[in-house]
Design a protein around this ligand. Structure first.
Ligand code: CTP
Ligand code: MG
Length: 236
């Protein structure tokens, strides 16, 4: 089926604390965002990409990333919103306007532009899962025990570690399901959504399938993640 990807690069990178937004920091001579886009560009599964970035970064991204690296699957570079879910919603609305009815029967991959270690096997596993289950998220079983805290900073409960997963991206859905869930979120005024699956969980009856990603599919979030990423790239 027809697959599109929404690649997110409209964040401010506050936890990274660098003057350049982290998606544009370089690893081995290329911006972090380049690696994420390259994986989708190379994938035979994906036909088209929507790249979401900061309003003032659009022309820079078009010239220095999309044109420079010839990412010809990127059909639109659009402005994001103040929160991640708002950036995703802008991407979904762009697709809603541009896709044909038949293309809308396909799937949408939503991916953090700051996860440069995504690769074809993960995309393939996600594709197989979304085909069967309509909604899936990539993640890995948690290596650490996780505790749920109360507001005072005391432990409330400890979920069984075998049932705890750390969630990554891509998160992949039937396009129409994702669009409908986000439209409901928009109407509800809820502002606590930190990933895409929780929106599908909250506003649809579809159960979200967990798919194995990889422990290398990290999100570059804080400065030490750059060192880890350099280590991974060194052995490529
Ligand atoms: N993102 C986005 N629009 C936003 C916020 C985040 O497109 N309004 C994107 C980021 O660019 C990133 C992904 O969502 O690719 C995951 O977000 P996160 O790691 O939280 O990035 P930032 O929000 O940039 O970082 P921070 O939370 O530390 O400010
Ligand atoms: Mg953030």
């Amino acid at each position: 089926k027809y697959c599109t990807a929404i690649v997110l690069a409209a964040g401010q990178g506050k936890r990274m604390g660098s003057s350049i937004h982290k998606q544009f920091l370089e690893l081995k001579g290329h911006p972090i965002l380049y690696y994420s886009l390259q994986a989708f560009q190379d994938s035979p599964l994906v036909e088209r990409m929507i790249l979401v970035t900061g309003e003032t970064e659009i022309s820079y991204v078009k010239e220095e990333i999309v044109e420079k690296y010839q990412f010809d699957k990127v059909t639109d570079v659009i402005a994001g919103g103040a929160e991640r879910y708002a950036s995703v919603w802008n991407g979904l609305q762009t697709l809603e306007r541009k896709l044909t009815e038949e293309e809308k029967d396909g799937f949408v991959f939503i991916h953090d532009g700051v996860r440069p270690f995504i690769h074809e096997e993960i995309l393939r596993r996600a594709y197989d899962a979304v085909e069967e289950h309509h909604a899936c998220v990539v993640g890995m079983p948690s290596k650490d025990t996780v505790k749920i805290a109360d507001a005072e900073g005391f432990v409330r409960t400890t979920p069984a570690r075998s049932l705890v997963w750390n969630i990554q991206t891509p998160q992949v859905f039937d396009f129409r399901l994702a669009h409908q869930a986000y439209a409901e979120l928009e109407k509800s005024g809820r502002t606590d959504a930190t990933d895409d699956a929780m929106i599908v969980e909250a506003f649809t009856d579809t159960k979200v399938k967990l798919v194995e990603g990889s422990y290398e599919n990290i999100k570059i979030t804080t400065p030490e993640d750059l060192e880890i990423a350099e280590t991974f790239l060194r052995r490529r």
